[in-house]
Design a binder for this molecule. Structure first.
Ligand SMILES: Nc1ncnc2c1ncn2[C@@H]1O[C@H](COP(=O)(O)OP(=O)(O)OP(=O)(O)O)[C@@H](O)[C@H]1O
Ligand SMILES: NC(=O)c1ccc[n+]([C@@H]2O[C@H](COP(=O)(O)O)[C@@H](O)[C@H]2O)c1
Length: 292
């Protein structure tokens, strides 16, 4: 990463390209440390959020409880970073809709979560680069955390928040580069939320050298809501109320999203999604069972 330099106005110039009219959201970021003995951190969840569900929001609450009870960290803020349209994942709705839904979910159901649209509204950015962007905005531009008595500034550590299914892809060949893994897990670290169907031990087996920076958060109440299942429900005309925040359900209805499976799908993806629907129908199941 290139280091930031000072512009004529004395502000550090960003070492990254930003989308037009972009401003880093920090209206809910707490820069004043309450517990000076603890290390300040910010949680960042990267993903599709197509659409955002209560489980995405729950991940942050689970992480905060875990951090408070088991670590010497103090959580100063939490961000969702929806991935760019260029990620080309089946079922990926336009970045604008995904960012809007995440914003409704965070602004209307939480007091501390925020959505950063930096990644969403530009070319695809690797997770290592996304975390560098947060580090730059929080520490270089905003100056990090402030100690209550002395006013001394402290570096805020950015920590990746992810489900165990995402972390298990870190052991799959060709998905993450070794250099990026070392950057993400060596410099930043990750809070991993247990996810039904994805074994935590298996997910972290190959990541043992970064063990000291990996925090495993058990899911004490099993909940396997996924965006895939929500999309399946919507396509079949079933209710998704109480799986997603109410304003997000309303937004989906107003914009008739996910009803027509043409949204974000190419022909091959469409066939895959139809096969999932057919399998579900053949099984006579009352709820979809696929998590992929
Ligand atoms: N039920 C869940 N339990 C734990 N982690 C979850 C859960 N749902 C989503 N996550 C995590 O949230 C992050 C963003 O996930 P993403 O947007 O891909 O949601 P998803 O429900 O897995 O989507 P899709 O079904 O479209 O693959 C990932 O780190 C993922 O592991
Ligand atoms: N090499 C990488 O940086 C890399 C690889 C795979 C997934 N990811 C990220 O993980 C997230 C995965 O999201 P999904 O679970 O929705 O596929 C996305 O934010 C994506 O950018 C990053």
């Amino acid at each position: 990463m290139s280091s930031a330099s000072l512009e004529g106005n004395g502000r550090p110039s960003p070492p990254f390209t930003a989308p037009p009219n972009y401003a880093f959201p920090h209206h809910r970021l707490d820069l004043l440390q309450r517990y000076p003995d603890k290390q300040p951190i910010v949680l960042v969840a990267c993903g599709s959020f197509s659409p955002v569900t209560y489980l995405h929001l729950r991940m942050f609450e689970m992480a905060v409880d875990y951090v408070r009870q088991n670590t010497d960290f103090e959580v100063m803020g939490g961000y969702m970073s929806p991935v760019s349209d260029q990620y080309k994942k089946p079922g990926l709705l336009s970045a604008l809709h995904r960012v809007n839904m995440c914003t409704l979910a965070t602004e209307q159901t939480s007091q501390w979560l925020m959505v950063d649209p930096w990644e969403a509204f530009q070319s695809y950015q690797r997770t290592a680069v996304v975390l560098d962007h947060f580090d730059h905005e929080i520490n270089t531009v905003l100056g990090g955390a402030q100690m209550p008595s002395s006013g001394e500034r402290r570096h805020i550590r950015v920590v990746l928040l992810a489900g165990s299914d995402l972390i298990s892809t870190m052991s799959e060949p060709g998905v993450w580069s070794e250099k990026d893994l070392d950057h993400i897990l060596g410099k930043y670290g990750t809070c991993i939320i247990e996810r039904a169907g994805s074994d935590m031990d298996h997910a972290t087996e190959a990541l043992a050298r970064w063990r000291h920076n990996i925090f495993l958060v058990p899911q004490l109440i099993q909940n396997d809501v996924s965006s895939t299942k929500v999309r399946l429900f919507l396509r079949r005309g079933l209710s998704v109320r109480y799986l997603l925040p109410a304003p997000v359900v309303e937004y989906i209805g107003e914009h008739t999203l996910y009803i027509d499976d043409a949204s974000g799908f190419d022909k091959k993806d469409k066939e895959k999604e139809r096969a999932k629907d057919d399998a579900w129908r053949r099984a006579g199941a009352s709820t979809p069972s696929s998590t992929a």
